[in-house]
Design a protein around this ligand. Structure first.
Ligand SMILES: [Cu+2]
Length: 487
């Protein structure tokens, strides 16, 4: 293999930052696999049930090297769950790992006891069966473990999959939608391997910045494109690395969706920055017979402290798009994709302030037995979140899709104008986020709000909030195990 060494850069303040490298593949000849759609059964009462088994396996990331990995229903990653708005879904989560795990439905609006966070552990040999009604716009969501203090390692070992939501009532806005043909989910992750091929978990300030970058688990892969336009549902499934995706020829593409669904209108872009946990759906136009690569360019991480690289120097190709000699026609993408329900500052009932620094939120580390915030159902709230560090963080809020009101008082870029559940926090900046809490209350089971740089989450950068009926009493400590696993 060849090693691409990034050119040394000089940070804005004139201090050189360290050089890091990502391993370039020898070629892009391996087809990028499309995650299989998970089978499901629909019961007489309409409940659609999926089954997922977390298990051990091995993966050949590099020729001739078997790496022990974890996956759902396989050696690495997991099948794509897919359901429609209005459906009651259930998932039988079986744990065949040697230690407890959990499965969190990232981006899903659902009762706290079904959320799959640290209060819903699944012990080895046990089955957990959450169920909820899908009631939110079409979106590219995902699932991954969220065990207390162990999330980074479980995701890094390979436990992650897509959960796609459809909305049959939404109008056709010309987006490619043939799964695995012109509508392809792509999870990008980075890892480091030790000399013996095992996963290296040692990382720095933001966790692991891996030299081995994969798309759907493949290093150096390609997708064959057979249509004029292809929709890529990009997921940053890394534990610490932030990407700035674009194409090797700097072509313009359309970003059509963010974490929680469609943007109001397509955004013409040449880059999309995704921090861990974030998603973007993009539509790329191809010409017959051409080849172009999806590249992660040096990401603009904001005003990061001098001397820290944090992956800001890394530039590398993630996968290759190979267009067939004849491409089937694709519809035009509409100018208006959706009308977002307004979330107005004037309608906000509550403003909360969060300072993110080190491994703390508002000066406190995560405590499973402490409720940090109590929210009344039906409330529209503004969460004013400041990254008080000179290093990157981000913020993921469970249960809701929020909107970015402003950043340091200024309007957010158009790409941040849609529903979000995970927001990158540039150093020393203040983000005002607006969200509404609806439908579900549980005074005893909290939702999480945390940094999705998973090392930070595990080390304590997480807080707990409950959603309650107005005026309800809140227990001071949560139950040890809220939704007990079935035996
Ligand atoms: Cu963080």
């Amino acid at each position: 293999m060849t090693v691409a060494v990034a050119v040394a850069l000089v940070a804005g303040c004139g201090v050189p930052v360290s050089v890091s490298s990502v391993t370039a593949p020898d070629d892009f000849d391996t087809p990028v696999p499309v995650p299989p759609l998970a089978p499901s059964e629909v019961a007489a009462d309409g409940t659609r049930t999926f089954r997922l088994t977390a298990q051990e396996g091995t993966t050949r990331f590099l020729d001739g090297i078997e790496t022990p990995t974890w996956g759902f229903d396989g050696d690495l990653l997991g099948p794509t769950l897919r359901a429609s708005r209005g459906e009651q879904v259930a998932v039988e989560v079986r744990n065949e790992l040697p230690e407890p795990t959990s499965v969190h439905w990232h981006g899903m609006h659902l009762p706290a006891a079904m959320d799959g966070g640290p209060h819903q552990p699944v012990d080895p040999g046990e089955v957990w069966r959450p169920t909820w009604r899908v009631d939110q716009p079409a979106a590219t969501l995902w699932y991954h473990p969220h065990p207390h203090g162990r999330t980074e390692e479980h995701v890094y070992r390979g436990l992650a999959g897509f959960f796609l939501l459809d909305d049959p009532a939404a109008p056709d806005v010309g987006l490619p939608h043939a799964y695995g043909v012109d509508d392809v989910p792509v999870v990008v992750q980075d890892r480091n391997l030790d000399d013996d091929g095992t996963l290296d978990l040692d990382g720095g300030e933001v966790g692991v910045l891996g030299s081995l970058v994969t798309a759907n688990g493949v290093h150096g892969g390609h997708l064959t494109v057979t249509t004029e336009r292809v929709r890529l549902r990009l997921l940053n499934g890394s534990t610490g690395r932030t990407y700035a995706f674009g194409f090797t020829d700097d072509r313009t593409f359309l970003q059509v969706a963010s974490d929680g669904g469609l943007l109001p209108s397509p955004v013409e872009a040449t880059r999309v920055r995704l921090s861990p946990g974030e998603r973007a759906e993009i539509v790329v136009t191809m010409t017959p017979g051409e080849t172009v690569r999806l590249r992660s360019f040096r990401p603009d991480l904001g005003r990061v402290a001098a001397g820290f690289a944090m992956g800001a120097n890394d530039e590398f190709d993630v996968l290759e798009l190979r267009a067939a000699d004849a491409l089937a026609a694709s519809p035009e993408v509409a100018d208006v994709l959706t009308t977002l329900e307004p979330l107005r500052e004037a309608d906000a009932d509550v403003t909360r302030t969060f300072s993110v620094a080190g491994r703390e939120i508002n000066g406190r580390r995560m405590d499973m037995s402490r409720i940090d915030e109590t929210v009344e159902v039906g409330a529209t709230e503004i969460w004013e979140v400041r990254n008080d560090d000179a290093v990157p963080h981000n913020l993921h809020v469970h249960d809701v899709q929020l909107r970015v009101l402003d950043i340091d008082g200024g309007a957010p870029p158009a790409a941040l104008g849609g529903p979000k559940d995970t927001v990158y926090l540039e150093p020393r900046r203040t983000y005002r986020l607006i969200m509404r809490f609806e439908d579900y209350t549980d005074p005893a089971v909290p939702y999480m709000v945390h940094c999705h740089l998973l090392l930070h989450e595990d080390e304590g950068l997480m807080a707990q909030f409950v959603v309650v009926e107005p005026g309800a009493e809140v227990r001071s400590s949560t139950r040890e195990k809220s939704a007990h696993a079935d035996h």
